[in-house]
Design a protein around this ligand. Structure first.
Ligand code: NAD
Ligand code: ZN
Ligand code: ZN
Length: 361
């Protein structure tokens, strides 16, 4: 039986979001209906609304969510009704070229629900990142549900479903930060602070936070930054070099993703260091740098999609670390809002006053 619930949609480019009735179909094979308890507001939701991802309007927004499995379709074995889960946008297929080569974090054929959710008039919705969780309930593939310890607050757990995982993974997985490393993180929003937290967890001894905003730098200290550099007022490359005995950092993470910060990341790293790009550039951005500098610096230049995570491996582990008091995931939740507060949360995000606004249902 299909059911009608409430969801937040973006109907057209740059139009304010609307809270409307949406229809969840009866789950098909391997589909699962999840009752959403909380969903964070990510920058990517705003990018969808602005038409920056694609033009498959209307979108059902929201993708950083935790909730409880309500009903399951045929052939579901991975989860059962009542399971507490964090939703993910990397349900790996196991059979594409990347999966077969043992690189499932690069899977390019990830699973989503078999049927569309719709408006009441039958118009198909495109769920953000295949999730669509600013809604009382959503329909996903069973492998998009990762079971975690239910002792964690859903508003906190849901954030692992996107931005916090992207930052943690940029440091731990993509950057391979290890004990004694020096790390610089440029851009200390939700993603950058999660990278700082990941660097601390991995044992980095020097963690340099770089941001244009002093409040963000103050918050970065709470996540583990040992030093802060105010971009715009200080030469970022010089400052990072000074703090690393003149060498540059072992790993520099660009969590902004514009040419200026990427160039800083490149020159602020040690000769054999690693640059990780986790901030997302826009298609028109260009980089102009001497090619000889790429040749004369060794090390590695890497990009990090979703922190190179594997949800089944990573989400339960980070939840456990949080519950043991070793990972302050709760500090990312700046405010809790209702389902009607998404449009206002986009404004707050643009103003820079939050790490995450979280819709609590
Ligand atoms: N790779 C992925 O899988 C993935 C996943 C989620 C988000 N992201 C991307 O990560 C980026 C950061 O996301 P967020 O949620 O942390 O955003 P945010 O807007 O909360 O944070 C960005 C931070 O960068 C700072 N900043 C801006 N320009 C700067 C500059 N020139 N120098 C230094 N600091 C500067 C801002 O003050 C802010 O603190 C975005 O581009 C987002 O799209 C990537
Ligand atoms: Zn695959
Ligand atoms: Zn996101």
């Amino acid at each position: 039986m299909s059911q009608t619930v409430t969801g937040v949609i973006a109907r057209a480019e740059d139009a304010p979001v609307e809270t409307v009735p949406i229809v969840i179909p009866d789950p098909g094979p391997r589909d699962v209906v999840v009752r959403i308890q909380a969903c964070g507001v990510c920058h990517t939701d705003l990018t969808y609304r602005e038409g920056g991802i694609n033009d498959e309007f209307p979108f059902l927004l929201g993708h950083e969510a935790a909730g409880v499995v309500e009903t399951v379709g045929d052939a579901v074995t991975h989860v059962a009704p009542g399971d507490y889960v964090v939703l993910n946008w990397r349900a790996v297929c196991g059979s594409c070229r990347a999966c077969k080569r043992g690189r499932p974090h690069l899977c390019f054929d990830t699973f989503n629900a078999s049927k569309p959710m719709t408006l009441e008039d039958g118009t198909e919705l495109t769920p953000a990142l295949g999730i669509g969780a600013f809604a009382d309930k959503t329909l996903v593939h069973e492998l998009q549900c990762t079971k975690v310890d239910s002792a964690i607050d859903p508003a906190v757990a849901g954030l692992l479903g996107c931005g916090v995982m992207a930052g943690l993974g940029a440091a731990v997985n993509t950057g391979g930060v290890s004990r004694g490393d020096s790390v610089a993180v440029i851009g200390c929003g939700g993603v950058g602070d999660a990278a700082i937290m990941g660097a601390r967890l991995a044992g980095a001894t020097t963690i340099i936070a770089v941001d244009t905003d002093q409040t963000k730098l103050d918050w970065a200290r709470d996540f583990g930054a040992t030093h802060t550099v105010r971009a715009g007022q200080t030469d970022v490359v010089e400052a990072v070099r000074e703090l690393t005995d003149g060498f540059g950092a072992d790993v520099v993470i660009d969590a902004v993703g514009v040419p200026e910060t990427y160039e800083q990341a490149f020159y602020a790293r040690d000769l054999a260091g690693t640059v990780v790009l986790v901030g997302v550039p826009t298609p028109e951005m260009r980089l102009e740098m001497p090619l000889i500098d790429f040749f004369s610096h060794g090390g590695a230049l890497k990009s990090s999609w979703y922190g190179d995570c594997l949800p089944e491996r990573d989400f339960p582990m980070y939840v456990d670390l949080h519950l043991q008091g070793r990972l302050p995931l709760d500090a990312f939740v700046t405010e809790r809002i209702g389902i009607d507060g998404v449009e206002a949360a986009f404004d707050t995000m643009k103003g820079g006053g939050v790490l995450r606004s979280v819709v609590v249902l």
